[in-house]
Structure formats: C-alpha cells, structure tokens
Design a binder for this molecule. Structure first.
Ligand SMILES: O=C(O)c1ccccc1NCC(=O)[C@H](O)[C@H](O)COP(=O)(O)O
Length: 262
C-alpha cells in the first residue's frame, strides 16, 4: 500500500463519520455557501502565477512548520501578491483542518484552493460552505466517471477545479472532465522523489483549454522561468515558503526575484 492508498482508505472512514454528524443541508445553510467565488484560473493568467500553500507537515517531510497561525500566513501571502492560496484541510497526514480554511477565508480575498483528497460530493459541498474558491481532484484516486461527476458538482457551485495528474495515463482519463486547470505533480507519491522534468515532459500533451499548473518541489525562480517556456501559468509552492519563519516575507522576496528575471 503506498501513501496515497493509506490516505484514501482513512478518508473514506472520515467522510462517512462526518456525513453522520453534519448533514448536507446544514452545510448548504452556512453563510459562506452562497458567497460568489473568485476564479483561481483567471487569477493565475493575470498575476504572479504563484499558488502559495499553507502546509504544516507532510508524509514526505514530516514537520515543516507547526508554530505559525494560519491567518498570519495567508495575510502574508496576500501581501506578497500571490495569485492563489492553497489550504490543506487533511488533519492526519498534513495537520490541516476545515477550521484553517475558514480562518483563511476570513483573512483574505485572494482565491483559495481547498487542498484535500476528494472522494465524495459531500467534501465538495463542504469546500463551498467553508469558503473555498477552487477544489483539487486527484486523477490517481478517482475513475473518469467520478472525476466528471465531482468536477460538475464543483462547477455547479461556482468553484474552479484543479485536476492533478502524475502521468500520461492519468491525463488521458482527465480530458473529458470540466476542469479549469490541469496540475502536474512533480512528486512521485511512491518514492517521494521530486522532478520538475515531470511537468516538462507532460506539458505538450495538455490541451491549451486548460490552465497548466506545476505542483511540488519548486524552490527557485529559475525553475519557474523554465516552466513558463513550457506553457505553465500556475506554480504551487508549499514547503519552500512554509519552512521559513515568515512564509509571507519569503513569498514576497521570491515574487520580486521572479519579476526581475521573466
Ligand atoms: O507533500 C507530500 O509529502 C505529499 C504526500 C502525499 C500526497 C500529497 C503530498 N503533497 C501534497 C501536495 O500536492 C503538495 O503539498 C504541494 O504540491 C506543494 O508541494 P511542495 O512545494 O513540495 O511542498
């Protein structure tokens, strides 16, 4: 069993429990449920392209930063002029929560991606109720039919969809999905090795109707300048900012340097 299999097995149990505790009707009655979303995909096209992530820990790195509060981190990211903010809501493996998403939403207007392992429409409704503008769908863990269904559910609620792939096979089952962005994950989830070459190799196969996003293992502006030549407009960065004492300041310096080289 690889780490993704373990995360998904736990996620099924977690979602079943939540469904028994909080009915969908309660989520739909939340104040944020009717909030108009801001498009993450459109923001990536016109801004720095950086999606900065709030990430306390991860299976590959264990603890990254447990001492910061989410409001300060996301306000710092917004000040740095990132194009989007990713908030991990998985508790067991990443130390995140839906409360993090709620706190983030209350602190910024920048589009927020709910970074979660989505397996059920219930989580899509939750994402909207807690203030997300976009959701992540991972092709490695969903069938083509599930991808289509969950993406349509998110779009019907006004959210954008970032569809994550690792290889050509996953791309093929993603092509009929109503996603706004296709994200290529540079992290091999079996070995945790990261290689930006994964984004480069898959770039020409991704149809132009999707905004291309490169995810994971990005730690320098040179990599982004390189990826832009392959048509990428979005760059998801977590650890590189979160490992510092002030992720917002780190993101600001990064974006300043990026502007000076592209
Ligand atoms: O980060 C992990 O170790 C990980 C392990 C298993 C599944 C997903 C994982 N990460 C989720 C992500 O997509 C990353 O947090 C995101 O791309 C940012 O990556 P990085 O800049 O390398 O922190």
């Amino acid at each position: 069993m690889n780490i993704l299999d373990k995360i998904i097995a736990d996620k099924f149990k977690e979602v079943e429990l939540k469904k028994s505790l909080i009915p969908v009707s309660q989520l739909e009655n939340s104040v944020l449920f009717n909030r108009k979303c801001i498009s993450l995909a459109e923001n990536l096209k016109k801004g720095s392209g950086i999606i900065a992530e709030h990430k306390r820990r991860s299976p590959s790195k264990d603890v990254i930063n447990q001492s910061l509060n989410v409001q300060d981190v996301v306000k710092g990211y917004e000040k740095a002029e990132v194009s989007g903010i990713s908030v991990l809501t998985d508790g067991k493996y990443f130390g995140g929560s839906l409360e993090d998403l709620l706190h983030a939403r209350a602190s910024v207007t920048t589009p927020i991606l709910r970074k979660e392992f989505m397996i059920d429409e219930y989580q899509v409704t939750e994402a909207k109720a807690y203030g997300a503008d976009a959701i992540l769908l991972i092709a490695a863990v969903l069938t083509e039919k599930q991808l289509i269904y969950l993406a349509d559910s998110a779009k019907n609620l006004g959210m954008d969809v970032l569809l994550e792939i690792h290889n050509e096979e996953e791309l093929q089952k993603s092509l009929k999905v109503n996603a706004d962005m296709i994200g290529v994950n540079n992290r091999n989830l079996k070995t945790f090795e990261v290689s930006i070459d994964n984004s480069k190799n898959l770039a020409r196969l991704i149809p132009n109707e999707f905004v291309k996003v490169s995810e994971s293992g990005i730690s320098n502006t040179g990599a982004i300048a390189d990826l832009k030549n392959y048509g990428y407009q979005g760059f998801l960065i977590g650890e590189n900012f979160m490992k510092t004492n002030n992720p917002g300041v780190a993101a600001k310096a990064f974006i300043k340097e990026l502007k000076s080289i592209v």
